[in-house]
Design a protein around this ligand. Structure first.
Ligand SMILES: NC(=O)c1ccc[n+]([C@@H]2O[C@H](COP(=O)([O-])OP(=O)(O)OC[C@H]3O[C@@H](n4cnc5c(N)ncnc54)[C@H](O)[C@@H]3O)[C@@H](O)[C@H]2O)c1
Length: 256
């Protein structure tokens, strides 16, 4: 599904762009005039999200169904993105799964199911669009990590490792991509009200997270998207290889 419209800066690929944080990122980037490619495992919702963004913001969009557990579809998705929205200048990797499995029940398949989408997809997408990013004057990448990269969480070792790995990966790729003038950073959200978090909210007593968070509330997806927009913008021209924590004061909290 592709949708034509006027463009601004080069286009952005947003993985996981139909829901939650990825959906909000696609929205704020389209709102500032960027063409957007919504990549998501849910092809129908990707097409619908892309059509809605095009109608609302008058930018070129495309919705592409892709399962990022595998790297097989990346080259074709990049080709389709170039054909439909034009030059690619940025990537937001927001596709992710949490699928909590504690150590005693962990299997290699459960580990791979989380690591492959949350972490392994990122370097291979960047590899596939490296020349596009280098050709842009403001090429930039943001990976959505998590405060779980820093906080120990027995419920979910694979998720925690995928997010910690993303912080290290960002530093490694930043060293490489800097030669092309391309920046890459991570955003680490705290607890954000999305479909991923909702099952946790449904089983925990009300206010458990809020008590700990200095600002006293959960975050909204658009509050992460604004941080992503900043890191992709010229205002962040001297920022690379870093982690921007957007958690309302969670990992810095000593509240009980
Ligand atoms: N919600 C939070 O509190 C929170 C906190 C920290 C980090 N994060 C991270 O933010 C990112 C977005 O999460 P969210 O909360 O918006 O969740 P979400 O479930 O609303 O969105 C995740 C998106 O990823 C897509 N996706 C899942 N598996 C995929 C696959 N194999 N291939 C392609 N797309 C796939 C889903 O279809 C969905 O659209 C994730 O990386 C998550 O780990 C979320």
């Amino acid at each position: 599904m592709e949708n034509s419209g006027s463009g601004g800066r080069r286009g952005v690929i947003v993985t996981g762009g139909v829901s939650g944080i990825g959906g909000a990122c696609a929205g704020v980037l389209a709102a500032e005039g960027r063409a957007v490619a919504v990549w998501d495992i849910d092809a129908a919702r990707a097409a619908a999200a892309a059509a809605e963004l095009a109608a609302r913001h008058g930018v070129r969009t495309v919705g592409i169904g892709i399962d990022l557990c595998s790297t097989d579809g990346i080259a074709a998705a990049v080709a389709r993105t170039r054909e439909t929205i034009g030059a690619i200048g940025a990537l937001v990797h927001a596709a992710g799964v949490s699928s909590p499995v504690p150590l005693d029940d962990l299997t290699p398949a459960a580990w791979d199911a989380v690591l492959n989408v949350n972490l392994r997809a990122l370097p291979f997408i960047v590899q596939a669009i490296r020349a596009d990013l280098a050709a842009a004057s403001d090429g930039a990448v943001v990976g959505i990590a998590s405060i779980n990269a820093t906080l120990g969480n027995a419920a979910n070792p694979a998720y925690t490792a995928s997010k910690g790995g993303m912080l290290s990966l960002v530093r490694s790729l930043a060293d490489d991509l800097a030669a092309d003038g391309v920046r890459i950073n991570a955003v680490s959200p705290g607890q954000i009200r999305t479909p991923m978090l909702q099952p946790v909210l449904d089983i925990l007593p009300p206010g458990v997270f809020e008590r700990r968070i200095l600002l006293g509330r959960l975050g909204e997806p658009v509050e992460i998207a604004r941080a992503v927009r900043f890191l992709l913008s010229a205002d962040a021209s001297y920022i690379t290889a870093t982690e921007l924590v957007v958690d309302g004061g969670n990992i810095s909290s000593q509240r009980m």
